[in-house]
Write a protein that binds this ligand. Structure first.
Ligand code: 6GU
Length: 241
């Protein structure tokens, strides 16, 4: 998977992505991240990339020309028209199924806005997907781009170790994860649940599923409803409440 990020702050992207599991995956050749500085494509003598908005109002807007020129440099380099994800609070709210969808691509471009946004004509010309990471406002698209890249990258084959496989985990099946424990058996008077020490694998699995269901019901009733729709409680099984 090759990520390309259009940004005014390339160092922020490179610093964030060359660390920990992402950094390891880059070193192993499973991922690449390049940050293209939109300012390098300004034709203004002061390397300006923003201007006032037509119609008035507060703030500055990123101009269409440097954004499009920066994008086209990527298109020419990779020799195809990739999906271009614009990070914006106006976008579709990112979730795990979108991460799986993006993970099917070989190349992904992320467009990070700043100031009050980007000239609408640049967006019309190059953007294929509008994505938000939640209902709050940030100062720019760099952190959202890194959030989406992290979620997508860990689904790319070879990025995670086998035993940290992305297949079985939170949001698989709309359930939250069950509680986990490591040594010691007792910490500040709190014991690890007996069932986890029993060695009865089937009982452990049953307990974990019950814990997942109960946590989801308590903390994420919206996800719980989806889970119940796909797994209606039967007379035989234990009730979920
Ligand atoms: Cl994608 N961008 C900005 N600037 N703020 C956000 C966001 C994106 N998602 C949530 N808030």
């Amino acid at each position: 998977m090759n990520f390309h990020v259009l940004t005014l702050f390339p160092q922020m992207i490179l610093d964030g992505m060359n660390t920990s599991i992402m950094g390891r995956a880059i070193d192993r050749g499973k991922l690449s991240v390049d940050a293209v500085n939109i300012r390098d494509f300004s034709t203004n003598k002061h390397m300006k990339v923003d201007d006032y908005t037509y119609g008035g109002g507060a703030g500055m807007l990123m101009q269409a020309a440097p954004v499009c020129a920066a994008y086209r440099s990527i298109e020419e380099r990779i020799g195809k028209k990739p999906r271009v994800i614009y990070l914006t609070p106006q976008g579709r709210v990112f979730n795990q199924s979108m991460a799986w969808e993006f993970a099917q691509e070989d190349e992904l471009v992320f467009l990070c806005g700043h100031y009050e946004g980007i000239d609408e004509r640049a967006l019309q010309l190059i953007v294929t997907d509008y994505v938000s990471i939640g209902d709050y406002v940030l100062t720019g698209g760099e952190l959202p781009a890194m959030v989406v890249m992290d979620a997508v990258a860990r689904l790319v084959p070879g990025v995670l170790n086998n035993n940290e496989s992305a297949q079985f985990e939170s949001f698989h099946d709309n359930l939250l994860e069950y509680p986990q424990y490591t040594r010691p058996e007792e910490f500040e008077g709190m014991k690890v649940p007996d069932i986890l020490l029993s060695g009865d694998h089937a009982k452990v699995e049953q307990w974990r599923l019950e814990q997942s269901i109960e946590r989801t019901r308590k903390f994420r009733p919206d996800l719980y409803e989806k889970y119940i729709q796909e797994h209606p409680p039967t007379a035989k099984k234990k009730k979920h409440h």
